[in-house]
Design a protein around this ligand. Structure first.
Ligand code: WT7
Length: 592
């Protein structure tokens, strides 16, 4: 039986008012500012000496930053922005590895009411400059090397970009020089020198909870990346879920392995744990089995938030590797970003004595929406249940594979175990408030009073939710959301390429890998050398994390009558599936 969904939003405000009560608000009822909740209030309450960031540097040194240090450094950053004439609403982009300056810049920008837009430092110059342009980036905080490799040559296309602050000082001889040839002309300055000139004190101006705070780019099936707008009020959801889902407590040692260039690394790598008053592990280096276990043990990590790709890599190394280390401080291990296969959940028990708690959310939701909360009876392979305050529906599908919308209404599936589009009732504090400069794309996310997630899922008779794939063509590779359109557009820039179709193919470790089919222009031969050249061409523009891993030629790409390339048919062909069977249900962990 199905029921038409015409219910009015039933907003479970009680949960969020409890979350709000857990926060301070700015002094003198000046509103809510994320940076104040994350840092300054702890200092005010006498916890300035507590370690906020434990930075594990690439050179093996460990550097602790206390809450008081972080408060002062972010004040200096906020003062510097003010001096540069950067004010409320202006976008400050970050293109950095996991270094303390990144945290200082995020929090300092929020204090100054500028808008923080994190970029993934493994992106190539294409995605970096495109996002800077789409987001009207006015300030860029980066390193000399990243600036030189990813931004400098496109400075002419970024008229809004006025200031580039380099964390490692002046860019040396030719490094960092744009076409103008002169660093100062290009607005490039050394961040340490800029900060040294500023005062330690900064008064956060009145901040309306609805003021824009963060801009997170995400990818869809078509068109340019979308800048999801988040506001200061979101901190209510971060604080509430940090406690209710991650069981974070003041003084905990906490490690979120997600890169702060993505939403998890910001919401749960910076904001949530600092709000709670935890110590955040900031690991500059990349994944390494032995070092990761050694880190968990040496720093006595209590709560660990990681991702299925990492868990699969650890699994491959064997549970014995984990048991060589004293992981007795661990209280909770949670995962997010892609399907966590049932074996991963139970392997956690074998390796470190804890089942892994899967959680689900998206760039747009800003915070965890579905989770296996502490103490819950975990069903391996299930994402868990909606967190308190969140209402979920499974909506009947239409022909395009998304929720069917008729006369503005959708149909909720109430019987258990049927797959439909996962939808959420809008109204939680960290809900995105729009896509920047893309009102229509925002409106298209809603129907019948629901926010449509683009994910397919089912709900069992006991209310557990099970992920079964994406309703659209976006690709999840190693937890990173990749828009096929962005990859196709990069391939099309090569003179040999006439058309391109990009899709994900299953991979036992990364979940999916990016794969491409291209047709060639007259005069080009489908050779192995050209294949290598095209992959290299895409890597240079997009970065290795986004570029296709596989590429093949096909002069007859399958198209709809209107001429759109059918990515799902390409995918079925690549996998040797019958072309009618274009489901996404065969990813690792996808319910089948
Ligand atoms: C998409 C959102 C999670 C925040 C950071 C990534 C997929 C997320 C799960 C999960 C299966 C998951 C969904 C979702 N996803 N969590 N537990 N099980 N799939 O945010 O880059 O916007 O990606 O990640 O497809 O829509 P994002």
């Amino acid at each position: 039986m199905t029921a038409a969904s015409t219910r009015m939003p039933s907003r479970p405000q009680a949960v969020w008012s409890a979350g709000r009560a857990d926060l301070d608000g700015l002094p003198d009822a000046w509103g809510v500012n994320i940076a104040y909740e994350a840092v300054d209030r702890h200092v005010k309450h006498g916890h300035g000496d507590r370690v906020a960031l434990r930075c594990l540097r690439a050179d093996d040194l460990v550097r602790d930053v206390t809450y008081a240090d972080l408060s002062r450094a972010s004040n200096r950053f906020a003062n510097a922005l003010r001096r540069l004439g950067v004010g409320p609403g202006d976008r400050v982009f970050l293109l950095l590895g996991r270094v303390p300056e990144l945290y200082v810049a995020v929090l300092g920008s929020l204090k100054a009411k500028a808008v923080v837009a994190p970029l993934f430092s493994a992106f190539g110059p294409g995605p970096v400059t495109q996002r800077l342009r789409l987001g009207d980036g006015r300030v860029l905080v980066t390193s000399a090397d990243l600036y030189r490799r990813k931004v400098a040559t496109s400075r002419g296309d970024l008229p809004a970009l006025r200031h580039v602050l380099l964390v490692d000082g002046p860019a040396g001889d030719s490094a960092g020089r744009g076409d103008s040839g002169d660093l100062a002309d290009a607005g490039v300055a050394a961040l340490p020198a800029v900060l040294a000139a500023e005062r330690d004190e900064f008064e956060i101006p009145p901040t309306d909870p609805e003021d824009m705070a963060l801009l997170h780019f995400t990818s869809g099936t078509t068109g340019t990346p979308k800048g999801a707008v988040h506001v200061h009020e979101a901190v209510v959801a971060h604080q509430a879920t940090a406690r209710a889902v991650l069981d974070l407590r003041p003084g905990d040692i906490y490690w979120c392995t997600a890169d702060p260039g993505w939403v998890t690394g910001t919401s749960y790598g910076i904001v949530a744990p600092l709000c709670v008053g935890a110590t955040v592990i900031v690991d500059e280096r990349e994944f390494d089995v032995g070092r990761w276990y050694a880190t968990l043990a040496a720093h006595r990590v209590n709560v660990w938030y990681t991702a299925p790709t990492a868990i699969r890599m650890l699994m491959r190394a064997g549970a014995a590797r984990a048991r060589e280390h004293d992981l007795s401080a661990l209280r909770l291990v949670a995962s997010v970003g892609e399907p966590l296969h049932p074996e991963g959940v139970t392997w956690g028990e074998e390796a470190f004595g804890h089942r892994i708690h899967d959680t689900w959310w998206q760039t747009e939701t800003g915070a965890i929406m579905i989770a296996n909360v502490p103490g819950m009876d975990i069903r391996p392979g299930s994402m868990g249940k909606p967190v308190p305050g969140i209402e979920v529906a499974i909506l009947a599908l239409g022909e395009g594979g998304r929720a069917a919308v008729r006369h503005g209404a959708v149909t909720e599936i109430v019987e258990p175990d049927a797959v439909g589009e996962l939808a959420l009732r809008p109204g939680w504090p960290s809900m995105f408030r729009g896509y920047l400069h893309a009102e229509e794309r925002y409106e298209a996310c809603f129907a019948g009073g629901w926010y449509l997630t683009g994910d397919l899922a089912r709900r069992d008779a006991d209310g557990y939710l099970w992920f079964s794939g994406r309703a659209d063509d976006v690709i999840k590779s190693a937890g990173h959301l990749i828009g096929p359109f962005e990859v196709e557009a990069a391939l099309l820039e090569h003179p040999a390429v006439a058309e391109a179709g990009v899709f994900g193919v299953p991979d036992p470790i990364a979940g999916e890998l990016v794969s491409a089919r291209v047709s060639l222009r007259p005069g080009y031969e489908p050779t192995a050398a050209l294949r290598r050249e095209l992959i290299g061409f895409a890597r240079k523009r997009l970065g290795a994390a986004v570029a296709p891993k596989f590429l093949d030629f096909d002069q007859q790409l399958p198209k709809t009558r209107s001429g759109k390339i059918m990515r799902r048919v390409l995918r079925a062909r690549a996998l040797g599936l019958p072309e009618g069977d274009v489901s996404t249900l065969d990813q690792p962990g996808g319910a089948s």
